[in-house]
Ligand binder design. Structure first.
Ligand code: SF4
Ligand code: ZN
Length: 293
C-alpha cells in the first residue's frame, strides 16, 4: 500500500484494517460501545466488511437491508446479506420497497430525477425512518475513501456548496435526523475488497444495472490516475478538506427543515419527497397510466 508505505501479510492486513476502522470511529467520535448502531447493508463489499468489523470490535451493530426490487441484482445482493447475518448471528431488518412504495425500476416512471438520485433519496429516507422508529442511535454506511473523495471532487467541480458543506464522516443528529457515520472513510475500495476476500465474506461483485454511466465513476477514475502518479493524493484531498475547508462551512450553509405533514419525517417542504412520490404512485396507478415529472 504505497500511500501508507506499508506492505503487509494477509493476517497483518486484516488486523490493520480493523484497527483503522476502530481508529476512525474514535477519532471522529462516531459512536461508543453503549450506542446501538444500524449498519445499512447492500450486499456489496463495503457495507458487509463494515458490518463484520464493527461486530468484531464489539459494537452492537444490527443490519438494515432495503430490497430495492432491481430484479436479479437485488435477489443476489439479498442472498449475500442473509449469509453474512447468519455467519455473524446478527439481527437483520429488511424493508421491501415494493410493499412500502414501489420498486426502483417502477418508481422511475413517477419521477424526473436521475435513477441514482431517486434511489439515494429513497434509501436515506428509510435508513432514517427505521433507525428512529426502532431506537437506534446511529446509522453507519459503508462509504469508503474512493466514494467520498470522488463525490467531493464532483461537488467541487460543480461548486455545489450545499453538498460540499456536508461531505463529512459524521453528520450529527438534527431535527428528526438520526446521526449518520462513515467509518470506512480511511479505507479504499481495493482495501475493503481485499478484506472481504481474506476474511471469507461473499459479496456481490456485479454492479447495479443503473450504475452505468454514473458521473461518480469517472471522478473516481480521475482520482485513481492521480493516485497512481502520486500515492496519497486521495487521502490528502479528502482529509485536508475535512481539516481545513469543511469548518468554513459550519456556519454558512444551513438547511431550513420542517416536519412532513403526512409521514412526520424531517423535510425541507411541507410534504416530503417520498410522500409526494407515494401520492403520484397511488394516483397514477389508480388511473392506470404512468408519468414523469
Ligand atoms: Fe440505487 Fe443507483 Fe446504487 Fe443502483 S447504482 S443501487 S440505482 S444508487
Ligand atoms: Zn413524508
Amino acid at each position: 500500500m504505497p500511500q501508507h508505505r506499508l506492505a503487509l501479510c494477509s493476517q497483518d492486513f486484516l488486523k490493520w484494517f480493523e484497527k483503522t476502522v476502530h481508529r476512525t470511529v474514535k477519532e471522529f467520535r462516531m459512536f461508543s460501545e453503549e450506542d446501538r448502531v444500524l449498519v445499512a447493508v447492500s450486499g456489496g463489499k463495503d457495507s458487509l466488511a463494515l458490518w463484520k468489523v464493527l461486530r468484531k470490535l464489539g459494537y452492537s451493530a444490527d443490519g438494515l437491508y432495503i430490497d430495492l426490487g432491481i430484479g436479479e441484482y437485488s435477489s443476489r445482493s439479498q442472498e449475500r446479506v442473509l449469509a453474512l447475518a447468519d455467519q455473524l448471528g446478527a439481527e437483520l431488518i429488511t424493508v421491501n420497497l415494493r410493499e412500502e412504495l414501489a420498486a426502483i425500476p417502477e418508481l422511475r416512471e413517477y419521477s424526473s430525477r436521475e435513477t441514482c438520485s431517486l434511489c439515494g433519496m429513497v434509501k436515506r429516507y428509510f435508513f432514517n425512518k427505521v433507525a428512529r422508529e426502532r431506537g437506534y442511535d446511529v446509522v453507519a454506511t459503508g462509504h469508503n475513501l474512493d466514494d467520498e473523495a470522488g463525490a467531493l471532487l464532483g461537488n467541487v467541480l460543480g461548486w455545489n456548496l450545499r453538498y460540499l458543506g456536508r461531505k463529512l464522516p459524521v453528520l450529527e443528529e438534527e431535527e428528526g435526523f438520526v446521526r449518520k457515520v462513515k467509518p470506512l472513510v480511511r479505507l479504499t475500495e481495493k482495501e475493503t475488497a481485499l478484506y472481504c476476500i481474506l476474511s471469507g465474506i461473499d459479496y456481490i461483485e456485479e454492479e447495479c444495472p443503473f450504475s452505468e454511466g454514473a458521473p461518480t465513476i469517472s471522478y473516481k477514475e480521475i482520482l485513481n490516475s492521480l493516485e497512481e502518479k502520486s500515492p496519497g493524493t486521495k487521502m490528502r484531498f479528502y482529509f485536508e478538506y475535512i481539516r481545513r475547508v469543511a469548518p468554513l462551512f459550519e456556519r454558512g450553509v444551513h438547511r431550513e427543515l420542517t416536519t412532513c405533514r403526512v409521514c412526520g419525517e424531517p423535510s425541507p417542504a411541507e410534504v416530503c419527497g417520498i410522500c409526494r412520490l407515494r401520492e403520484r404512485v397511488v394516483n397514477l396507478k389508480g388511473t392506470g397510466r404512468s408519468s414523469t415529472g
